[in-house]
Design a protein around this ligand. Sequence first.
Ligand code: ZN
Length: 150
Amino acid sequence: MSALRELYQQVILDHNRNPKNFREMTDATGKIEGYNPLCGDHYTVFVRLEGDRIADISFTGAGCAISKASASVMSSVLRGKTREEAERLFQDFHGLVTGTQVSAEEIERMGKLAAFAGVSEFPARVKCASLPWHTLHAALDGNSQPITTE
Ligand code: ZN
């Protein structure tokens, strides 16, 4: 295992153990549940939009280390971003975990999100990593029906 890979592994373990923004939000403008039945991941993502900007984002729920760490990193990276910036990061992240985004520079630019680069080697875990993002995406679009990866 390379030093970089070990570092990435550590980021995921740390966020799983001490997830950021792991709380309910009482003044959310959007709230939606997301399920990944293949793994049993189940989260509620809360978001508070101020105009076009994501003023706050949080989540509750339970699931595997990859899904929880992904929700944690997502929530800390997207706070303060505009919807458009969030959309771009969503596309970048999706490319990263599905292995279609391969340039080392691109991966480096993604900061903490790059910790999930190794997920592309485990197709079964791609849904774990992307579940929080799909859930947030639906919440930003104003949906309230629970979403599922299946
Ligand atoms: Zn999972």
